[in-house]
Design a protein around this ligand. Structure first.
Ligand SMILES: [Zn+2]
Length: 393
């Protein structure tokens, strides 16, 4: 039985059409150089106008018919404009025609990615955390809501939902452009790892033991983007991108587009970090990145595989902790300080900077010794790490 789409049919048709035509073009656009660029930009404009086929959508046509008319419209509008090198446009069109019959509706494709994430997530909870909690019930919603979109015609949010989590992916149908579809895995992956799997160990000490006082007090803070949370929004964003890269094949399941999805995900992170108001988030990404490199430089005895698992498990363990059990944004700042990663608001004079460079060398050496003494087979115990960095709650 066909599952009804989460989106209005017209939205579904338009978003799917643009996703398909832009993604296929992304495989070709590097061939279009110099004198072909004006035609490429014309082609992008026509691809972006899927809404103009409104008449077809109003007559309640099925998606395959809509896509056929849409590709036909690209051919008849752009075709006459081609003067030099017709093989570029012909190659693109042939690729598009070939892929059209098997291109799935966008909401179905996104559901598929989300299911893959849950499978991968359950596996990481089992093999890469100390507490090994079960995956909570996590649901996906898809909505067209331009006012909730902040990046590349997309937006996303995570909320609590009766003991589980609900992740919403927002679309801006009109702003949905050449980078949008290729950026959806990044948006999903961020919500899933950074928020969907955070704070699952709300009533534990982080060492598997239950302490009375952990059960008291208020609930965790509500979910939602908090640009002052350098851990969940910053550090974990670095971590989710690492996992996305490692799990590209089982997550995306579209081998011929894999490299494009990977590079667009990295691009999303850079673009998000540069956005106004996101300095703390950007700092969190830098500290996680620096810490990972620091481990590589400081622990010669560990293989690359071991280093990766130490870094991932330590991060996921911290993410699982309730905010009441440790000030994770504070950990990012204190660890960043020891590693010599300056926060955006710090303005240091050059002579002070030189003294600090010398101090940092000895601080890093001390950090290496401290970390060596607490390293277990699988990572750094979250609570010990918070203690080392003098984080109290
Ligand atoms: Zn977030």
């Amino acid at each position: 039985m066909a599952v009804p789409s989460a989106l209005h049919p017209f939205d579904e048709h338009v978003l799917t059409a643009k996703a398909m035509a832009f993604s296929v073009l992304a495989r070709h656009s590097h061939l279009w150089i110099d004198e072909h660029l004006p035609l490429l930009s014309e082609l992008e404009t026509v691809i972006g106008k899927a809404e103009l086929l409104r008449k077809v959508a109003r007559e309640n046509v099925a998606l395959p018919t809509f896509l056929k008319d849409y590709v036909g419209n690209i051919e008849s509008t752009v075709g006459p404009l081609v003067k030099n090198s017709p093989q570029l446009f012909e190659g693109y069109l042939a690729d598009l025609q070939g892929i059209r019959p098997e291109w799935p509706p966008i909401s179905q494709q996104v559901e598929r990615w989300f299911d893959n994430l849950k499978t991968i997530g359950a596996d990481y909870l089992k093999h890469s955390t100390t507490e090994k909690p079960k995956l909570p019930p996590i649901h996906l919603e898809q909505k067209v809501s331009p006012e909730d979109c902040t990046l590349r015609g997309l937006g996303a949010a995570t909320n609590e939902d009766r003991g589980g989590r609900i992740i919403t992916l927002f679309y801006d149908r009109e702003a949905f452009g050449k980078e949008s579809f290729l950026s959806i895995p990044y948006m999903l992956s961020h919500e899933f790892w950074c928020h969907g799997l955070s704070r699952l160990a709300a009533k534990k000490t982080g060492k598997g033991k239950r302490r009375e006082e952990d059960d008291e007090g208020e609930d965790d803070e509500p979910f939602g983007t908090d640009p002052s949370n350098g851990f969940e929004e910053g550090w974990m964003d670095f971590v989710q991108l690492e996992i996305l890269g490692r799990e590209l094949r089982p997550f995306i399941g579209m081998p011929s587009f894999e490299a494009l999805f990977h590079s667009h995900s990295a691009g999303c992170q850079v673009q998000r970090n540069a956005q106004k108001g996101n300095a703390v988030i950007s700092h969190g990404v830098s500290v996680a990145d620096r810490f990972y490199t620091f481990l590589e430089q400081s622990f010669d005895g560990l293989s690359v595989k071991e280093l990766t698992s130490v870094f991932l498990q330590t991060s996921l363990d911290l993410n699982l902790l309730s905010n009441r059990l440790g000030d994770k944004p504070g950990l990012v700042i204190n660890l960043g300080h020891k590693l010599g990663v300056s926060a955006a608001s710090e303005r240091v004079r050059p002579e002070v900077m030189r003294d600090r460079d010398l101090a940092i060398v000895s601080m890093r050496e001390q950090l290496r010794l401290d970390l060596s003494s607490m390293l277990t087979k699988t990572g750094f115990p979250a609570i010990d790490l918070l203690k080392l960095l003098k984080i109290k709650r």
